[in-house]
Write a protein that binds this ligand. Structure first.
Ligand SMILES: Cc1cc2nc3c(=O)[nH]c(=O)nc-3n(C[C@H](O)[C@H](O)[C@H](O)COP(=O)(O)OP(=O)(O)OC[C@H]3O[C@@H](n4cnc5c(N)ncnc54)[C@H](O)[C@@H]3O)c2cc1C
Length: 265
């Protein structure tokens, strides 16, 4: 197998798994929230770097987001990624998973030959786990999801993936798309000289918009998003608590009565 060309998809997310939704606009409330690389994506980067270090080649990180998403690309460079693409354009705003996958897929195609696309399994904010499979569909290549081990064997890929009961070993031709979970590896620490270089003017981060990837505007952003969020809400918890006091036997009797009243027993 020649040197590997690997694309890694990374997403900037708010540093919390308890995303707050604005009840009026139905959008995420991001104000004052620190942003980080989506945790699964650190494992995607590590998996890509390990394969590159073994077989030679190049790792390109791609992120679609606002201009601030450059920060996560700098972090990827600090881990050892070779080059990055930031996909940012007003036309991308309001993208659902279909439009996001279309945009990321167009970027992969624009970059030319590739062997592997590696994504995280799931983002901690959107949480759909749809992007990896949708990008694979768009590119028309095989996909292995929830991988925990990757190996290049001959001209193909050998992967171990988690299934409902235990794990499966699967073989795939290349090019392929893989999503990885946290069990895949331990992401390496940032290498300070690389991180410092990532802040230089000549850092290998290209900033592309829709025209650069040949995207049809009808397929990106809100225009390309068939999903409409009609209503979002945080479930309210109206639990009533009754505390029982007294002698254990009396409390047990009352408890049984309460459970009967509620038809639990
Ligand atoms: C109608 C609608 C409008 C929306 N508008 C906006 C909006 O204006 N702004 C906004 O930020 N979100 C918006 N979203 C949310 C957005 O669609 C999702 O966050 C996005 O499609 C990714 O889905 P996910 O977070 O579930 O990712 P998952 O499918 O859970 O992510 C899996 C993996 O895919 C990769 N990945 C996911 N997203 C990206 C990305 N952007 N760049 C690179 N790799 C990625 C990562 O490797 C990640 O680990 C909107 C959603 C809907 C339904």
């Amino acid at each position: 197998m020649d040197k590997l060309d690997i694309k890694v998809l990374i997403k900037q997310v708010p540093n919390t798994s308890e995303v707050k939704i604005d009840p009026h606009t139905g959008t995420l409330m991001r104000e004052g929230m620190e942003s980080i690389i989506n945790p699964d994506d650190l494992h995607a980067i590590e998996a890509a770097l390990q394969l590159r270090d073994t077989h030679g080649g190049k790792v390109t990180a791609i992120s679609m987001g606002p201009p601030q998403a450059k920060d996560v690309l700098r972090e990827a460079l600090g881990m050892g990624v070779d080059e990055c693409i930031l996909l940012t354009d007003r036309a991308f705003a309001g993208a659902d998973t279909l439009a996001t996958s279309y945009t990321l897929g167009k970027c992969v195609l624009r970059l030319g030959r590739f062997d592997l696309v590696i994504a995280g399994h799931q983002a901690i904010d959107g949480d759909t786990a749809q992007i990896g499979p949708q990008v694979a569909e768009f590119l028309g290549i095989p996909q292995v999801i929830r991988a925990i081990r990757l190996e290049i064997r001959g001209d193909g890929l050998l992967a171990e993936r988690t299934a409902e009961e235990g794990t499966e070993i699967v073989k795939s031709t290349l090019p392929a798309l893989v999503t990885v979970t946290k069990e895949a590896n331990d992401p390496r620490y940032l290498f300070v000289p690389l991180l410092m270089a990532a802040f230089e003017e000549d850092a290998p981060i290209r900033v592309w918009g829709g025209n650069d990837i040949g995207a049809d505007e009808a397929g990106t952003g809100l225009k390309g998003s068939p999903t409409r969020v009609r209503r979002t809400f945080t479930p309210s918890h109206n639990k009533k608590i009754e505390r029982l006091n007294g002698m254990p036997a009396d409390m047990a009797r009352t408890l049984v009565e309460r459970l009967r009243e509620r038809k639990v027993i």
